[in-house]
Ligand binder design. Sequence first.
Ligand code: PLP
Length: 373
Amino acid sequence: MSLNKKDLSIKTLMGPGPTNLHKRVRDALSKETISHLDPEFFDVLNSISSLLRVVFQTNNKVTFAVSGTGSSGMEMTMANVVEEKDKILILKCGEFGNRMSDSASRYGANVTEMEIAWGESFDQLKVIEKIKTIKDLKAVALVHAETSTGVLQDIEIIGEYLKNTDILFIVDAVTSLAGVQLKVDEWGIDICYSGTQKCLSVPPGLSPITFSEKSLSIIKKRKNKVSSWYFDLSLLVNYWGEDRVYHHTAPVNMLFALNEGLKLCCEEGLANRFARHADNGEHFDIRLKELGLASFVNLDKYKALPMLKSVIIPDGIADLQLRKDLLSNEMIEIGGGLGPTKGKIWRIGIMGFNSEKALIDKFFNKFKLYLNQ
Ligand code: PLP
């Protein structure tokens, strides 16, 4: 798994996604388009669902890819779960938790927010204490890998607790899927959504998603129709399920690309892929320390993501100018901070295909030149 010279003469995408693509994914994208109702294409859909089950580590029958970016998985989740005044607990410690809360309240949820500072992660036992205080809670939602801060949220203990309740466990795994351990079934996750442009190294445009039987039975009991036609799960399962009933024209070539990206992931093996991300994340941290730069995440207290590094911008460095220069002179993209971290941190992605030591070394050799100007 390495970027060849030709790839590096293109742009090296080291922001918070998208990443560069493997040649097999690019080839899949440029295949001749076939119909979304062609039986040959149904084999691709079947393959995607079964490979996604491997990557999500689930036996969930309803496992597919929503047409739309990672945010469409969030919309799909909230649209189907939330009915007017349903109580939802949302954990917020960054931009993507904020968005879950915004999305749930737009569907009429009675949202309780639990909030900590950006750069921190939740103590799972405190979350369980909070859950116990809310009567008739319908769901708990959180972000596994908060891309706005670079922090990993441990979730197994919360999931274990929720397994024995009627409360749904909703997890945003947009950045974590295929990059760090994520066991949907074992950890009691009911709805998990992701994106294609992060650790799967497929272009943006699809949102892999999986629904547990528990979530399906709760959704079935809705009193009202899902307010979004496009995201109504009860309609979409007729296309992704055995009946193959037309719902919308599926983005055929994106699905070819996802199928190939998932095959690459499974050929490497999940354990190897997690180990590669972990090793290269550590390598990045060593190189960062050598430069005298600091992680935004307090590494003594919290877990930093291996695939998305948040770095404090040293005093006297012009954030925007440095990023512009890196992009135009070196063809390397890194990301800036969001919300309260704007201008204070860089977000540097080493995800999926781009999680590679040689690429990290090449990056630092260029990057240091811009720090000393
Ligand atoms: N959730 C997380 C954790 C993300 O990092 C992102 C995007 O970066 C999203 C949700 C939204 O995904 P998209 O931009 O693909 O809609």
